[in-house]
Design a protein around this ligand. Structure first.
Ligand code: ASP
Length: 442
């Protein structure tokens, strides 16, 4: 591999939905010679109501696996690619590829195989357009037999392979199991491939090109025109994305975080926007801002348990959590008092699970009272600036109180970069507005 900066560029489906977008992607890549490895998604929606190629592939494969005629559904997929190739004026014939895929559908090659062809074919087109080598992800991204990702084996194979390719396109979203079967990541998983390639290439930067100019400080469906986040640390991003601030697949953070490589979220349609930088540590970027972002989610329940002398009863907490664990439920927070304990869980448990948790705790822990209360929303106020700024919690609580909202739960993690509060779901939007207005002068 030659020295100098190496950037990995990953393009989402909306950035590669048609020939016009491919041209835009080409101009972005060629504008910077250090953009040596490109990771494409499958073609996304071209307009509202359009269907992503990945979804078309799943649908088509379902027909095939149920023994139904899938030729029309397959022809539509072919046409998406043929249109792109024709409009780009490329001398590229994918008919053999289509034939192979169709046959594999007949022989029920698996829905992961089917879905992965979206990225595979798009990778072929992008490689041709750029004049880059095509490196099939099945050869370099490896999974264990049980379907979990084999990070170390992948890193060894991929970093070696990249030394043989000065410039290459590696399709996102899939890899292969030890027996050669194709395996995909979860939906949106091309982000993960980009991160894996960045680690293996020892990249200086992982650019993730999408259709928004990075992260916003709050959900634009709730807060009008929220400010963009210029710089965010991996740790802050974990807190915000856990609460539902989308854009980047959550698992894509780990490979680059491990290697200390920053991610830059960029907008393909506005390449002049700097986007959001996600960095290991942000001391060099820090300015006045106390909070970086606010995110939240509805759909939580509190399991409230009361028992006299709970604080003196050794093992009480463990026994409660063991019962929850046995039911396969994960808890989100654990606010506790002297004789009370609250366990916050996602509300989407079955009635059966709820009953087992209640009965199990009654039997083993003999509480005075125990009940589930639904309709709780959690809000995370996140910011590395909170560590050094005094009075942030006071400002959050005053803003909520001034908005006449009752706080149901408070939790500040030991890292001090986030304060999590629980409110009634009916107060959720109002609380987000109030906190945002407190910290971002309008
Ligand atoms: N094409 C896949 C999906 O739609 C993966 C991706 O786009 O990242 O989920």
């Amino acid at each position: 591999m030659n020295a100098g900066p190496v950037k990995i560029v990953k393009f989402g489906g909306s950035s590669l939905a048609d020939a016009e977008h491919f041209r835009q992607v080409q101009s972005i890549i060629t504008a910077d010679p250090s953009r040596r490895y490109a990771v494409p998604s499958a073609p996304g929606k071209r307009y509202d109501g359009d269907i992503k190629v990945t979804d078309m592939l799943y649908h088509c494969y379902n027909l095939a696996s149920e023994g139904e005629d899938f030729s029309d559904a397959f022809a539509k997929i072919e046409r998406r690619y043929q249109d792109i190739i024709r409009d780009l004026g490329l001398d590229l014939d994918l008919s053999n590829e289509f034939e192979t895929i169709k046959n594999a559908f007949h022989y029920h090659a698996g829905s992961d195989y089917a879905a992965s062809r979206g990225e595979y074919l798009n990778g072929k087109i992008l490689a041709k357009l750029l004049g880059y080598d095509f490196l099939d992800a099945a050869k370099v991204i490896k999974f264990y037999d049980d379907g979990t990702f084999d990070a170390e084996k992948t890193n060894i194979i991929l970093s070696d392979r990249l030394t043989r390719h000065e410039r290459a396109v590696i399709p996102g979203f899939y890899g292969s199991m030890p027996n050669g079967t194709i395996k995909t990541f979860a939906r949106g998983g091309s982000d993960i491939t980009g991160s894996i390639v960045a680690r293996a290439a020892g990249a200086t930067l992982y650019e993730n090109w999408t259709d928004v100019s990075g992260f916003l400080m709050a959900d634009p469906r709730i807060v009008k025109d929220p400010c963009a986040i210029e710089v965010i640390t991996y740790q802050e991003l974990r807190e915000l994305s856990y609460m539902g601030a989308g854009v980047l697949h959550e698992d894509s953070i780990f490979p680059v975080r491990f290697a200390g490589i920053p991610i830059n979220i960029r907008n393909t349609n506005k390449p002049e926007d700097p986007g959001t930088m996600i960095v290991p540590s942000a001391t060099e970027y820090d300015r006045e801002k106390v909070i970086t972002g606010i995110a939240g989610k509805k759909g939580f329940s509190v399991l409230q348990i009361e028992k006299d002398q709970m604080n003196a009863e050794i093992g009480f907490g463990r026994r409660v959590l063991e019962i929850i664990e046995k039911e396969g439920a994960t808890f989100e927070h654990l606010p506790s008092g002297i004789d009370t304990m609250g366990v916050i869980l996602s509300s989407d448990m079955s009635e059966h699970t709820r009953k087992n948790i209640l009965n199990g705790i009654c039997e083993v822990c003999e509480p005075e009272t125990i009940s589930f209360e639904d309709g709780i929303a959690l809000i995370a106020v996140v910011g590395r600036g909170m560590v050094r700024a005094k009075g942030t919690a006071a400002r959050v609580f005053r803003a909520i109180a001034d908005a006449d909202i009752n706080i149901r739960m408070i939790d500040q993690g030991s890292s001090e970069i986030s304060i999590i509060i629980g409110v009634n779901e009916t107060d959720f939007e109002k609380a987000l507005h109030a906190i945002y207005a407190e910290f971002v002068p309008q």
